[in-house]
Design a protein around this ligand. Sequence first.
Ligand SMILES: [Zn+2]
Length: 349
Amino acid sequence: MHMAFIGFGTNRGLRSPSRLQTGHAVCRSHERRSMLRMTQTRIGHGFDLHRLEPGLPLILGGVQLKHDRGCAGHSDGDAVYHCVVDAILGALSLPDIGQLFPDTDPRFKDCASHVFMEAAYEKMQQRGYRVGNVDVTIILERPKMAPHKALIRENIATLLRTHIDNINVKAKTHEKVDAVGENRAVSVHAVAMLAPNEEQNDSNSQQLVGSAPLERAESVTSSLLGVIGQRVSAIQELTLPDKQTPCPVQRLYDTVEERKEADPSSSWTAKLFSKGHKKIAQKVGEEAVEVAIEGSARHTEGVVKESADLLYHLTVLWASLGIKPGDVWSELAHREGTSGIAEKASRSG
Ligand SMILES: [Zn+2]
């Protein structure tokens, strides 16, 4: 029961001050309320505006358009993707795209904006939601958008793993008035309705966060590369979890699980399991202290080595108690978007 709750961290923004103060005592009822909330649809709104400047490519919804100018921006300036991302983040009551991917971060310089869409999809998925529908309005004076709407819809649908019928793209001019009407800017509005992902919620509430089926990830990746190939930068690797290889902690955990039933005389891990969870917990404590000792002495190499030991013993402890790494990732995801102070307050009883 607890797993299902932390697997789908719901809207922390709605947490009332009184619940923050009461902390652990209300965990059970909070859990029930969160489960209820998961059955609700959620709506988010996005808005974006970029200046148009000569000499830049104009990329909207992953499509490079023929124009004498393009969107100025730290990333590739794809105002459509940015706007859809903000609508999804809004529906999840998460901080906006500018906070999650600050334009002061050099990793996002000239970054192809599908990365932000992927990240928004992951966040939606982690919280147990899927796209109900998305409605986008692009406002720009030139060029004509009609020939490109279908491809933009398809790109958004592919990135959000939904049917193209769930994505709508409209476009209009600004009647030659103001900056947008004078071809000096592009603005975009979007509304996203998210529905509870019943399939995901029913079948596997304890699944590792963000582990979308491999084949879907592959099809999305190949379509992305086709669409915006020339702007795909190394950032993709920096910001997106590699879906084809589980994270190192997950791999460590899988190995530990495999060795659980091995002969204690031949497997160090099996030997640890045979000693019971108290001994295992004690080892975690010892390794944590060693990390701390190396850290106080500024021995970075020692901290790295002891951290690896600590992670190993931590996965053994998890496995001995039936905790999955995904449970921990879910807890982290649940805390995302909550300030450190609010999070601490929610834990102190
Ligand atoms: Zn933008």
